[in-house]
Design a protein around this ligand. Structure first.
Ligand SMILES: [Zn+2]
Length: 407
């Protein structure tokens, strides 16, 4: 890993890179089995049970490793240094084998140009964004301070949001609004209305955060349109997806029937084992897994997408389903069906993951613990055909040191 496969002048091999012998899990193309993946000129060139290693300039043996379409973290905050809680995307992407990070509303119309110049244009990972309906984006948020960007009517300019999104169509995947608690204050449903108006004019989906009521889970869901995303879907009460007896809210099942998408968005305050386990027991799995990684969740309890996937698997989500929730499902949710799969011709964004046995103690946002049986570990990634080595995961190294297990 870490080597860059260059096509040598005069090279006769048809492939730049061959990933040999891995378990390819590509839900869009209904593949789950041993396959070789060949890459040429930054694109997937071939996926087959056996490809000839002499046909590739570089061969990487990935036997025993899970090979997936490049994973997409649909809810992150990567407007690094420009916002108080933004994290630098590339180290997080490398350590979690993620190839696409989608910022969820850190920037609004007033400062989206900075997101493009300082993040999207400079990152090794693909950086996309939901644009915040609020002009300054999420401008005042740390551990002890939160001024709701959606709580002031005068900041919620539909015209400005639409104009800036139009100028940045290549990286804007939708409109973001944060509803509930202090984020929208007294005007939650008005903020939602404005965000829906902007998304409607752009023909893009809306992603909405849900916090403490008001508004209620039901009030938000009934206003969303098919294809819109509710993030923080398994938050703890109040405004959990289940009632006090652990039964799924009828409004949740009804919204899924209408095509509303449910996203984890773990973060520092929005994932509870009680909500997740009760919803899953009622047959309700999320559509999308995302981390909501930012300054206050990056050192736990969310850490990153790979850790959040391991946590969902501890709740009973199967590996293949978890992979679909971070590849095919978020790609479709963004209207970017060019991403999230490995058919020949697709961009060669690829994640390499090892599933290892580990009794890791997972913790939710309320401090509730569950011991898992497995951890997903990054083996590396390929970004537009270029192999990238993984960064370390310090909290897992500490666990292995404490338990005396081999990493
Ligand atoms: Zn967030």
């Amino acid at each position: 890993m870490g080597t860059i496969a260059h096509r040598e002048t005069g090279a006769t091999q048809p492939y730049d890179l061959l990933l040999k012998g891995g378990r390819v899990v590509d839900p869009r193309n209904r593949v789950d089995g041993r396959r070789d993946v060949a890459i040429r000129d930054g694109l997937v060139a071939a996926v087959a049970e056996a490809l000839d290693p002499t046909d590739a300039v570089v061969v990487q043996d990935v036997s025993g490793t899970i090979v997936t379409p490049g994973m997409i973290d649909l809810h992150t905050h990567i407007y690094h240094a420009a916002t108080s809680y933004g994290v630098e995307p590339d180290p997080i992407a490398r350590r979690s084998a993620v190839t696409t990070m989608v910022d969820a509303g850190s920037a609004g119309a007033g400062n989206f140009a900075g997101f493009r110049s300082f993040v999207a244009d400079r990152s090794q990972c693909r950086a996309l964004a939901y644009i915040n309906i609020s002009y300054p984006g999420i401008f005042a948020f740390d551990r002890d301070l939160m001024f709701g960007e959606a709580s002031v009517d005068g900041l919620l300019s539909v015209d400005r949001c639409v104009a800036v999104a139009e100028e940045n169509r290549d990286i804007v995947v939708g409109v973001k609004v944060r509803l509930g608690g202090g984020t929208s204050g007294e005007i939650g449903l008005l903020a939602l209305e404005r965000a829906l108006a902007a998304a409607g004019r752009l023909g893009l989906p809306l992603m909405t955060h849900i916090g403490r009521p008001p508004p209620s889970y039901e009030e938000i869901l009934e206003r969303l349109r098919p294809g819109d995303v509710l993030t923080h879907c398994f938050r703890p009460a109040p405004n959990a997806p289940v009632d006090g007896h652990g039964a799924l809210l009828p409004a949740v099942a009804k919204a899924r029937e209408r095509g509303i998408l449910f996203d984890i968005g773990h973060g520092m305050g929005a994932f509870g084992f009680a909500s997740a386990e009760a919803a899953l027991a009622d047959g309700f799995a999320p559509d999308i897994i995302s981390s909501d990684v930012h300054m206050m969740s990056v050192d736990g309890p969310a850490f990153d997408l790979l850790h959040t996937m391991s946590k969902m698997m501890t709740c009973g989500v199967a590996l293949v389903d978890a992979v679909a929730m971070v590849t095919d499902a978020p790609a479709r949710a963004m209207g970017r069906s060019d991403l999230g799969h490995l058919a020949p011709g697709a961009v060669a964004d690829i994640s390499l993951i090892d599933k290892v046995e580990a009794n890791f103690p997972f913790v939710d946002v309320a401090g509730v613990r569950r011991e898992g049986a497995y951890l997903l570990r990054p083996r590396g990634l390929v970004r537009a055909g270029v192999p990238v080595a993984p960064d370390p995961r310090p909290w897992e190294s500490a666990y292995y040191r404490q338990t005396g297990q081999r990493t």
